[in-house]
Design a binder for this molecule. Sequence first.
Ligand SMILES: Cc1cc2nc3c(=O)[nH]c(=O)nc-3n(C[C@H](O)[C@H](O)[C@H](O)COP(=O)(O)OP(=O)(O)OC[C@H]3O[C@@H](n4cnc5c(N)ncnc54)[C@H](O)[C@@H]3O)c2cc1C
Ligand code: SF4
Ligand code: SF4
Length: 454
Amino acid sequence: MSAHATVRKDLSGVLEASMCIGCGACQFADPTVEVRLDPVKLIYEPSHASNATAASVCPAVAVDFEGLQAWRFPGAEQTTFGVVHSVLLAQSTNRDRNLKASSGGLVKELLLHYLDQPEVDGVLALGHVDGIEFETRLVTDPAGVDELPGSIYHNLAQPKAIELLHQLEGKYVLVAIPCQLEGIFSYIRTLAPELADKIHTTIGLLCGWQYSHHALRAIAEFKKVDYDAITDISFRGEGPVGRLRMWTGDQVHAVGRRVDFDYQVAFDRSFNTPRCHTCINHSNYLADIVVGDAWLPSTVSSTTGVSLLVCRTAEADAAVRVLEKEERVKVVEVSTAEIEESQKRRVVFGDFAYAYADYLDEIGVHHPDMVGPNRPAAELAPRKDVAKFYRELTRKLALQRAGRYKYLRVRKATVELPRHMAKYLDWFFVRILRVKSLTGRRKEVPRAQLREFS
Ligand SMILES: Cc1cc2nc3c(=O)[nH]c(=O)nc-3n(C[C@H](O)[C@H](O)[C@H](O)COP(=O)(O)OP(=O)(O)OC[C@H]3O[C@@H](n4cnc5c(N)ncnc54)[C@H](O)[C@@H]3O)c2cc1C
Ligand code: SF4
Ligand code: SF4
C-alpha cells in the first residue's frame, strides 16, 4: 500500500474521500469532534479533521484486523472466512417474531436468551428514536426486545453504543454492524481497555452495504412522499425480502424491494456510503456470532425467512443449541460453502474491494487501510472495471448531491438497463433454477433437511 493514499495523521483523508461510516469512535478519542450529518453528502461525518488520536481509532483510516482478531479470539485458528466454530441455518419457531424480523428472527431469539442469563445485565441494540433517526439503546426487559426494529439500511450516527458502555456498569450483549464493531473495538483496544470487560457477547450483523440519506430522499421524491414528514421507516419484515415502508403519521407508503424500479434506482450501489465499496469485512470478523440472510436455492421457498449464522466461538454455538433444545429455533448445520453461496464472492472475499483500494491508491484517493483474513482468497476484479466504477460513481455522487435523482432514473432505464436485467437473470438462474447444482458446481443443502423450516 502506498503511503500517500492512507492519511493517518488525522481525519482529513476521511473527510476528503467521504469515507466516514458514523461509528462515533472519534468523538470519544477527541471530545472536540462531533459526528454530524453533512447537508450535501447526506452522510454522517466528523465536524473537523481532529488529530492522530482520533485517526488511531477510526475504521475509515485503518483497521488492524490481524491484531483485533488475535485480541478478540486468542489462539483461535484463522481461516479465509475469519474465525469459524460453526455455520448454521436457523429460524425462530415464533412465526410472528420471524415474520417481523429481517431474516429468521435469530437476533431477537438470541437477545431474549442472553437477557435470561444471570451474568448479563442487558442488551445494547439499535432502537427507533424519531423519523429516520435510530440509535443504540439499553434493553433490560424482554418486552423491549420485540420493539427493536429490523435492519436499518441507511447511514446512522452511532456514538451511543460507546457512550452507554462508558456509562454503564456490568456486562452487556451488543448488536452491531461490522464497521461499527471495527470502530468500537479499535477504540476500546487503543484507548479504553476497561470497557472490554463490559461486553459479554457481540451479535454482529452481516452487512453488504448501507445507504446515504440521498437514497431516502430519492425514493421519497419518486413516490411523492413528504420526506420531512416521515415519522418511521422499516426496510424488512413481512417475509424473506419485505417491503420498504415509510410512515408519515398514520399513513404508510410501501415499496417493493425486489422489483419496484424506483427502489432499484434509489438503492443503486452508487447511493451506498463510499466506504462500503472498500469494505472487506462484510462477514463481521470481530463478532462472536454473525447473523445474515440465507439467500440459498434451498431456502428460496421460505415464507418467513431463514438466518445464516456464523458462530465464531464455542459459547456462541452453545447459545444457539440451547435455543434449539428449547424448540425456540430450528437449526441445520451447514458449512462455509453456504456463506460463500449466500453472499457471493465479492462480499465474502473482497474481490472488488481490494482491487478498488489498489486503484484508489494508484490515483491518490484516501481509503481505509485494511487487510482482512480473506485477502489470500480474493480474486481481484480487473483494473478496467474498478476504474470504470470509480468514474461512474464520481459522476453519480455529483448528481445525487445536486438532487438530480430523476436523471439517475432515466439513466437506469436506458444505458444501464442491460446491466439491470442481467442482475435479475442471474438471480433467476442461480437461486430458482439452481443452475450451479445442475452443472455440478455446487452441492445444495437438501430441501429435506430444511423441511421443518416455514
Ligand atoms: C446495513 C445492513 C446491511 C445488511 N446487509 C446484509 C447483506 O448484504 N446480506 C445479509 O445476509 N445480511 C445483511 N444484513 C443483515 C440482515 O439484514 C439481518 O439484519 C440479519 O440477518 C438479522 O436478521 P434477524 O431476523 O435475526 O434480525 P432482526 O429481528 O431483523 O433484528 C435486527 C437487529 O439488528 C439491529 N439493527 C438493525 N439495523 C442496524 C444497524 N444499521 N446498525 C446496528 N444495528 C442494527 C436491531 O436493533 C435488531 O436488534 C444487513 C443488515 C444491515 C443493518
Ligand atoms: S468512521 Fe467513525 S471514527 Fe472515523 S470519522 Fe467516522 S465516526 Fe469518526
Ligand atoms: S458494507 Fe462495510 S462499510 Fe458499509 S456499512 Fe456495511 S460494514 Fe460498514
